[in-house]
Design a protein around this ligand. Structure first.
Ligand SMILES: C[S@@+](CC[C@H](N)C(=O)[O-])C[C@H]1O[C@@H](n2cnc3c(N)ncnc32)[C@H](O)[C@@H]1O
Length: 263
């Protein structure tokens, strides 16, 4: 759906070298570069793909950023889950439009944005009020204020328990998710899926031990490696650098329905 750029929205400017800049448009605003400012008024009311010049002639192309671009450029406090893991988490958790999802912690809201964009209704617990506010701001800036109708943020300690029940999915980015497994058994519906993101394998081991002693089954742990390639004429090879490690993804399914005596 094509629509012109409006004041207040965040757009992406990229230069001839592919460097990207996230810019919030304002009437009369300026984006400052080493070759003079780009005037926001040259962008407002225009369509995506527009080429603009700074006052001293540098060229920038303007588009709306993708979710992945916003996540890598938006204001953050806590470490975000990278786009390479956000996509697989949505599939591992089998998130669907209308799914009731419990999420904790929220950090800068990257995972929340991916969940809401996939059509989920999210209840999020976050310990720090400043992070909770940032997550809400980032969600509203990217998805619009109406997305907040599906984003119910509580500032509270998730380890103290989960107040609601009947969740379809649970996404945890917490240092000690095993402390929440007992509460998860009560908060998820049978057949519900839990996905936990953890940076170190010792944490994964503790989580898997706890899952083994719980009503969860079908536990799996994976990591996602993404290697980009340099493609220029005959020089076609993997890039020299890559993000070699982010985190491990562990998924499990709440079973625990009563035994069928005829089975
Ligand atoms: C790494 S960040 C989450 C990043 C987030 N997944 C994202 O994609 O932007 C971890 C968050 O968990 C929060 N946190 C840590 N312990 C918590 C707890 N017991 N209850 C609720 N939130 C907690 C931290 O304040 C922090 O914001």
């Amino acid at each position: 759906v094509s629509r012109p750029f409006e004041a207040g929205e965040r757009i992406l400017l990229f230069d001839a070298k592919g460097r990207r800049y996230l810019v919030q448009l304002a009437e009369g605003g300026e984006f400052h570069t080493h070759s003079g400012p780009v005037r926001h008024d040259d962008l407002l009311g225009r369509e995506e793909g527009l080429l603009v010049r700074s006052t001293r002639g540098a060229r920038y192309t303007a588009v709306r950023p993708t979710l992945a671009e916003v996540v890598l450029k938006m204001p953050r406090g806590a470490q975000v889950i990278y786009p390479k893991d956000l996509g697989p988490i949505l599939i591992l958790a089998d998130v669907f439009p209308g799914a009731r999802v419990f999420e904790s912690g929220l950090g800068s809201g990257a995972m929340s944005m991916a969940l809401l964009r996939a059509g989920a209704d999210v209840v999020g617990y976050e310990l720090r009020p400043d992070f909770a506010a940032r997550a809400r701001n980032n969600v509203a800036a990217f998805l619009g204020a109406t997305a907040l109708e599906h984003y119910h943020v509580d500032v509270r300690d998730a380890y103290d328990g989960i107040a609601e029940t009947g969740f379809d999915r649970m996404i945890l980015d917490l240092p000690e998710p095993w402390r929440l497994i007992k509460a998860a058994e009560g908060a998820l519906r049978p057949g519900g899926i839990l996905v936990s993101y953890l940076p170190t394998i010792g944490q994964v081991s503790t989580l898997r031990d706890t899952l083994d002693r719980s009503a969860f089954g079908l536990a799996e742990t994976i990591e996602v490696l993404q290697r980009s390639w340099h493609v220029e004429g005959q020089s076609v090879r993997p890039d020299h650098r890559m993000v070699a490690h982010t985190g491990f993804l562990t998924s499990a399914r709440l079973l625990g329905a009563a035994d069928d005596p005829k089975a």
